[in-house]
Ligand binder design. Structure first.
Ligand SMILES: Nc1ncnc2c1ncn2[C@@H]1O[C@H](COP(=O)(O)OP(=O)(O)OP(=O)(O)O)[C@@H](O)[C@H]1O
Length: 182
């Protein structure tokens, strides 16, 4: 069986990464998100094994020590990691393995995996990004403010990616992804 494709997908929080992955999966069932590990507690509505693998700090450190992660990092006291084995299994099975990952993690993966296709999803405008974040109704004013500040920093690094796509129409973005990964 042909080996799959590794796709790195970044973009500011609320730009629509999950929405795009889900729409892409609906169009091509080979598309699967690599579920990351984290030590932070689940938020309301998040499901173990779907949004993240939620583990204790002890378990996380054991896995890191055992070489289970492609990359890992600590953000605001919480650990996050990309599991190596799950990703390799998907690729061996011919899947399109999508890493939804922050810019720092993405840059690390690009160094390690020159075969990866890297995509940065941009909002149509700063106002529209703010509208999407507010429309989700997940965050208070402080978190929204921090997400918008982070968005600016992340977008300044978008040129490191092979592809920058503006998420205006989800269908158009998915069309471009289908074309690129063929
Ligand atoms: N092209 C689009 N047009 C209008 N709304 C969109 C579009 N894409 C996504 N959205 C909406 O924007 C909101 C944020 O989308 P989503 O949760 O997929 O973002 P995300 O980038 O995965 O965020 P996070 O990184 O915080 O998990 C959702 O309410 C979603 O329905």
């Amino acid at each position: 069986m042909a080996r799959g494709t590794l796709v790195i997908l970044s973009g500011p929080s609320g730009v629509g990464k999950d929405t795009v992955i889900n729409a892409w999966h609906a169009r091509d069932p080979r598309v699967e998100r690599v579920v990351a590990y984290t030590t932070r507690p689940p938020r309301a509505g998040e499901l173990p094994g779907i949004d993240y693998h939620f583990v204790t700090v002890q378990e996380f450190l054991r896995l890191a020590e055992a070489g289970a992660f492609l990359e890992f990092k600590e953000v605001h006291g919480n650990h996050y990691a990309t599991p190596l084995h799950d990703m390799e299994e998907m690729l061996a099975a011919g899947k399109i393995a999508v890493l939804k990952i922050d810019v720092q993690g993405a840059l690390a993966v690009m160094e390690l995996r020159s075969d990866a296709v890297s995509v940065f999803l941009m909002p149509p405008s700063a106002d529209e990004l703010e509208r999407r974040i507010r429309a989700r109704n997940l965050d208070g004013p402080d978190v929204i403010y921090r997400r918008l500040l982070n968005a600016r920093e992340e977008m300044a690094l978008a040129h490191h990616y092979q592809l920058q796509l503006i998420n205006d129409s989800v269908e158009e973005v998915v069309g471009r992804l289908v074309g690129v990964v063929q």
